[in-house]
Design a protein around this ligand. Structure first.
Ligand code: 13P
Length: 343
């Protein structure tokens, strides 16, 4: 394991107020998003869409790394240049999702554990050979009546830590993503309680499995009330609940924090990230960054609609969202920037 290289890559991923673009939707998830917009659910359409993303001019000014999916890391532009080469030339570090998805957990109705440890060492070696420098594994935790169970939290934490150790052995920076889902009518306090428990358990396992914290990133959910909860807190309340929880549960040695968006609207995700940086930029020991999929891509996807003629406006919208989130890292995002896109 080259410790210095891991530390350097992890810090490069959160440097210069940039953040990550998650474009690692599995084929079924990508197809679902295409289907809603009437876009054909074919390998060629997925390739066209990913080409639109990776060739967006100036994206490297605000995006540090892009998380790819197995199909995408093997694809090329129309002219034959691999997506990995296009990203690297744009100054964007290529990464790869390596989990095999969240599957129903035996004996635990309503809960899931993430699979993909079998054969992982060999798959990581292949991805390193293709140019990947970091990886992602997502665990999902649901809040509900008597959920989550202790066993679900522990099984997921154990898998995350074993994945992270294998990544570091292979020279890849692991992004550890334990996502507490927004679905439900729970309060923000309950989300904070569960998120803290999930993070404490994950960091205990990361310690047990000898993962070097300086060479990893955490990708957590924001602490929010459930989507069906009648009370929705203000930006400052969300920022306070989220960072308070992280300060309690995440060691200062972790290289950086890059939030998922989890189904929030693009503008809310930017506004909440901004509020965190306004309040906590000088107090938090780690960068408060972003690793959004939907909150960066969705508006662009809706403009593209699968049409070649819409590629340019879709790219402008994608870049706009990426820039809004870079501004949010600086605590400089506001309604005027959102509207005018004057940078
Ligand atoms: P969202 O930002 O759409 O939640 O996706 C982030 C991600 O990578 C989920 O694994």
């Amino acid at each position: 394991m080259n410790t210095q290289e891991l530390v350097d890559t992890a810090s490069a991923l959160v440097a210069d107020d940039k953040g990550l673009l998650a474009m690692d939707e599995s084929n079924p998830t990508c197809n679902k998003r295409f289907a809603r917009l009437g876009i054909p659910q074919t390998e060629e359409a997925r390739r066209d869409y990913r080409e639109l993303i990776v060739t967006t001019p100036e994206l490297g000014e605000c995006i540090s790394g892009a998380i790819l999916y197995d199909e995408t890391i093997r694809q090329q532009k129309q002219d034959g240049t691999s997506f990995v080469s296009v990203l690297t030339a744009a100054g964007i570090i290529p990464g790869i999702k390596v989990d095999a998805g969240a599957k129903d957990m035996a004996g635990h109705p309503g809960e899931k554990t993430t699979e993909g440890l079998d054969g992982l060492r060999e798959r990581l070696a292949e991805y390193v050979g293709m140019g990947a420098r970091f990886a992602k594994w997502r665990a999902v935790i649901s809040i509900g009546d008597r959920l989550p169970s202790r066993s679900c939290i522990e099984a997921n934490a154990h898998a995350l830590a074993r994945y992270a150790a294998l990544c570091q052995e292979a020279g890849l920076v692991p992004i550890v993503e334990p996502e507490v889902l927004m679905a439900g009518d729970h309060t923000i306090a309950r989300c904070g309680e569960v998120t803290e428990q999930v993070l404490r358990t994950a960091f205990h396992q990361l310690y047990v499995q000898r993962v070097m914290l300086e060479g990893m990133l955490l990708k957590p959910n924001m602490v929010l009330s459930g989507l069906a909860c009648s009370t929705q807190e203000s930006l400052d309340e969300v920022a306070d609940a989220t960072v308070t929880c992280l300060l309690r549960a995440v060691p200062a040695a972790v290289a950086g924090i890059a939030f998922l968006s989890g189904g929030q609207s693009a503008e809310l995700a930017s506004a909440r990230l901004n509020a965190m940086n306004v309040q906590f930029h000088s107090r938090a020991p780690w960068a408060l960054a972003f690793s959004f999929a939907r909150a960066i891509q969705q508006p662009a996807l809706e403009i593209w609609q699968g049409q070649e003629a819409n590629v340019k406006p879709a790219q402008q919208t994608l870049l706009h969202r990426a820039r809004c989130n870079q501004a949010a890292r600086r605590g400089e995002y506001n309604a005027a920037l959102e509207r005018t896109g004057t940078w």
